[in-house]
Design a binder for this molecule. Structure first.
Ligand SMILES: [Zn+2]
Length: 335
C-alpha cells in the first residue's frame, strides 16, 4: 500500500467514539492526550471514530465536541478545525482501510469467516477468557493460505456474506515472531501471546465496514500520531494494531495506556452513567474550572489552569494505575 505522509511534527490524538456522552474518565484521557501534545511539541488532533455511522445518535458528536471545548481543550487539527491529515472522521476514510485490507489479503493472512456470533461463542476455546470476548476457535481457518481473495466477490455460504479474519498464527510466523512485543510508556514492556489469548480477529465486518483495529491503527500512522495516549482497556487492542502495522511494514506509534477511572465504589465509569457525564455538569452550570480541578487532582496536581498542567506534565508521569474519583460538584439528579 502507499507510504504514509511525512509530517514535520508528530501528533497526539484524542479519538472518541460518538455513541454516548463523554464522562469524567473520557475527559481525563482527553486531557492527558492533549497535554502530551502541548508538552512535547506535537500536533493535537481530535479524530472522531464514527466507523459505523448507523450507530451514531444524532447530535452525539456535536455534544462531545462542545464538552471538550467547554473544558478548554483546543485542537490543531480535527473534525471541526480541518487540517492536512484529514478527513478526521473515520466514516470518510474507507478507501485507506480498503487499501490496507487488500494489502493484507495479498499476504495470504486473511480468510473469510461465515460464523454467526452465536456459533463463535459456542465453539470458543475459552468463552469467558477476557472481557475482549471469546477466543475464536478457528472454524473457518483454511489449511493453506489464500492469496487470491477478491474482497469485492467473497463467496457466500449458507446464504451468508463472510467477515474477514486475520490468521494470527500465520501472521506471526510471517514476521518470525511468537508474540507481539512492544514497550508501553505507562504499562511497561508487553509480550502478548495474541494467538492463544485472543485468536484470529475480525478485520472486516460482514457488512463490509473495516473493523476498529484496522481503522484506528491506519489512522494513527497516516495522521502522524506517533504517540497514542488512551485508556488501559485498549491495551489488548494495541497488540492487534501493532501486529497489523508490522504486517503492513508501517511503524507503530508509542503507546501509553493510562489507568482507568473508577467511582467511589470502585466501579468503572460507564457512558450510561449520567451523573458523571461532562454534559450534565455543563448543563447544570458547573464551571469548567471545577471539572479541570477534579481531573488535575487525579494526576496529582492542585490546579485548574491548563498552562500549569502543561508545565507539570511529563511522559514519565503517565501510569496505568487505576484512578479513584474525588468528590464531585453536585448536579441535579436526572431521575
Ligand atoms: Zn468462522
Amino acid at each position: 500500500m502507499r507510504a504514509p505522509p511525512q509530517w514535520p511534527r508528530g501528533a497526539s490524538r484524542f479519538a472518541p467514539t460518538p455513541t454516548g456522552r463523554l464522562h469524567l474518565g473520557n475527559a481525563r484521557t482527553a486531557l492527558l492526550a492533549w497535554l502530551a501534545a502541548r508538552a512535547t511539541g506535537r500536533r493535537a488532533i481530535l479524530r472522531v471514530e464514527d466507523l459505523d455511522p448507523a450507530a451514531v445518535p444524532p447530535g452525539c458528536m456535536d455534544t462531545q465536541l462542545a464538552d471538550l471545548a467547554w473544558l478548554g481543550l483546543t485542537w490543531d487539527e480535527g473534525v471541526a478545525e480541518g487540517g492536512p491529515a484529514g478527513p478526521y472522521q473515520q466514516s470518510a476514510r474507507g478507501p485507506l482501510y480498503r487499501e490496507a485490507l487488500d494489502a493484507l489479503a495479498a499476504l495470504g493472512v486473511l480468510y473469510p469467516c461465515w460464523c454467526s456470533r452465536r456459533e463463535v461463542l459456542e465453539a470458543a476455546r475459552a468463552p469467558h477468557a477476557s472481557d475482549e470476548g471469546p477466543v475464536y476457535a478457528g472454524t473457518c481457518r483454511p489449511a493453506q493460505p489464500i492469496t487470491d481473495l477478491d474482497l469485492d466477490a467473497l463467496p457466500m455460504r449458507r446464504g451468508r456474506v463472510p467477515a474477514l479474519r486475520l490468521d494470527v498464527a500465520r501472521a506471526l510466523h510471517r514476521l518470525g515472531a511468537h508474540t507481539v512485543d512492544f514497550d508501553d510508556l505507562a504499562c511497561g514492556p508487553q509480550q502478548i501471546d495474541l494467538h492463544r489469548q485472543m485468536g484470529d480477529f475480525v478485520v472486516r465486518r460482514r457488512d463490509g465496514l473495516a473493523a476498529y483495529q484496522i481503522a484506528c491503527s491506519l489512522d494513527d500512522v497516516f495522521m502522524g500520531c506517533d504517540l497514542v495516549v488512551r485508556g488501559a482497556d485498549l491495551l489488548a487492542s494495541a497488540a492487534r494494531q501493532v501486529l497489523l502495522l508490522r504486517l503492513l511494514e508501517l511503524p507503530p506509534p508509542r503507546y501509553a495506556h493510562v489507568g482507568l477511572v473508577v467511582d467511589a465504589q470502585g466501579a468503572r465509569l460507564a457512558k450510561r452513567d449520567g451523573a458523571i457525564a461532562l454534559a450534565s455538569f455543563r448543563e447544570a452550570g458547573v464551571p469548567a474550572a471545577e471539572i479541570r480541578r477534579v481531573l488535575a487532582h487525579t494526576c496529582g496536581w492542585a490546579t485548574d489552569d491548563l498552562a500549569v498542567m502543561v508545565a507539570a506534565f511529563t511522559l514519565d508521569g503517565l501510569t496505568a494505575d487505576t484512578v479513584r474519583l474525588p468528590s464531585l460538584p453536585e448536579v441535579p439528579s436526572e431521575g
